[in-house]
Design a protein around this ligand. Structure first.
Ligand code: GDP
Ligand code: IMO
Ligand code: MG
Length: 424
């Protein structure tokens, strides 16, 4: 990390890699932490001193009282969910008002966006994406269609604009034949959320960020979702609707490419995916169930079962290149502690064709695995690299060789303290 730079911490698989934990761990090294994409579809878990928080829209740097946190222009914000999330932190004793700034260019998620999300999913039948139902797709669609409402709109004659957009949404929902909703109560909370948001600094965050860079400050951009859920580079159409990759840091915060410093790519020692879409390494057997049980792989936002499988090196090689990852961070290594054999996917195969690079359409490909011996030891108590079992170090070295990028941080448990920084 260097002065006057933006380092990016990006999920490089299907999300839920452990971004929240590492951003919180990294925050003491930075002046500002900024979210650049996504909204309350994210669920970032942070555990310290026996306390657990799950953040959705608020950056994970918020627990370090001296630091500025920013919700950037590339994000989408639901005022009601934002209010509930912020109030929970305030009740836990964190003062947010002066150190959480929100971009006036971030788009607003309306209650009717969430209904539209559900209505569109219902209309897709068995092709549904399995969204989080937070209105993400409809809000970003409207941003691209140039009809959305932004945070900056809540100043001035907001009510009229809101009503007009809501009526437009209600017509779309009716056209879809969707009737299973009642937003009366939700709308009241949402409008209270708008009032509540007015108490925050709603500003041109991109100006503040560029001024901070000119002063030599250090910024950490906190990714949401993961590269394989990116609107351009993910497994389209089974993706989210934002730019989750390194390019999204520049557009989602308004910082220039030359300001980007380190790019941390974060992944788990195995694979998971929530929602529908191709997933060549998915395990449908006891091993998959065991990974899910030990790793507690249930969604932080929706509580859904996460689909589980072995590590996918084909996907990692691809997403490392797309993002220009300079350092890797491997999470949840401890989840594999008890497995006698560990597998890693080195290629995909379909109809006799084998590929080591990411195909256009990952549907229908079978994973080709290599096997490694498990370490069968408890990693959760390890505090330094020296204490790690040799077979685990061999697994780490194997991944580094396969993907051509160093792994500089190893996470061996959910707590902030269970993090090993390697000396390379
Ligand atoms: P994010 O969305 O990328 O921030 O990740 P999530 O919070 O959705 O999911 C990561 C889950 O793994 C959370 O429940 C974390 O508490 C947990 N976790 C993070 N790192 C580790 C680790 O090294 N070991 C174990 N066992 N759990 C971890
Ligand atoms: P974090 O930041 C995992 C998935 C959903 C669905 C698809 C589209 O916690 O890693 P959306 O509601 O965005 O339209 O859903 O993307 N998805 C995530 N999966 N982690 C996330 O965020 C996700 N955010 C969205 O499950 O398949
Ligand atoms: Mg998550």
């Amino acid at each position: 990390m260097a002065n006057g730079k933006v380092d990016a911490l990006l999920g490089i698989v299907f999300g839920d890699e452990g971004k929240g934990k590492v951003v919180d761990f990294f925050t003491p090294r930075y002046d500002i932490v900024a979210r650049f994409a996504g909204g309350p579809n994210a669920g970032h878990t942070i555990i310290f001193n026996g306390k657990k928080f799950v953040l959705r829209s608020i950056p994970s740097g918020i627990f370090d009282e001296g630091k500025l946190n920013i919700i950037g222009n590339g994000c989408v914000v639901a005022p009601d969910l934002f209010m509930l999330e912020a109030q929970e932190l305030e009740q836990a004793g964190y003062d947010l008002k002066n150190r959480l700034h929100i971009s006036n260019r971030a788009h607003l998620i309306l209650p009717t966006h969430r209904v539209l999300d559900r209505a569109l999913e219902a209309s897709k039948g068995k092709n549904k994406v399995g969204t989080t139902g937070k209105g993400i797709g409809p809000t970003y669609s409207e941003k691209a269609a140039r009809t959305g409402l932004r945070v900056g709109d809540i100043a001035g004659s907001f009510q009229e604009k809101y009503e007009a957009l809501k009526q437009n949404h209600l017509r779309q929902i009716a056209n879809l034949g969707y009737t299973d909703f009642d937003i009366t109560e939700e709308e009241q909370t949402w409008l209270r959320g708008v009032e509540y948001m007015r108490g925050f600094v709603l500003t041109d965050t991109e100006t503040a960020l560029n001024e901070a860079l000119a002063q030599g400050k250090r910024i950490l951009a906190e990714g949401a979702q993961g590269t394989l859920l990116d609107i351009d580079h993910g497994t389209y159409p089974f993706v989210s609707s934002s730019s989750t990759t390194c390019g999204g840091v520049c557009t989602g915060l308004g910082v220039p490419p030359r300001a980007i410093g380190e790019v941390f790519g974060i992944f788990k020692a195995y694979s998971t995916r929530v929602g529908a879409g191709p997933f060549p390494v998915e395990l449908f057997d006891e091993t998959g169930d065991r990974i899910r049980d030990i790793g507690r792989e249930y969604g932080a936002v929706t509580g859904r079962n996460r689909r589980c499988g072995w590590l996918d090196l084909v996907a990692l090689r691809h997403t490392i290149v797309i993002n220009g990852v300079t350092q890797l961070i491997m999470m949840k290594s401890d989840v594999l502690d008890s497995f006698p054999v560990i597998k890693a996917c080195v290629a995909y195969e379909k109809d006799g064709v084998r590929t080591q690079t990411m195909p256009y359409d990952t549907e229908g490909w079978q994973a080709v695995y290599e096997e490694l011996p498990g370490w069968q030891a408890d990693l959760t108590q390890c505090k330094t690299e020296e204490e790690l079992p040799q077979k685990f170090k061999d697994y780490v070295a194997y991944i580094e060789r396969q993907v051509g990028c160093p792994i500089t941080i190893l996470s061996v448990g959910p707590d902030r303290e269970q993090t090993i920084v390697r000396s390379l």
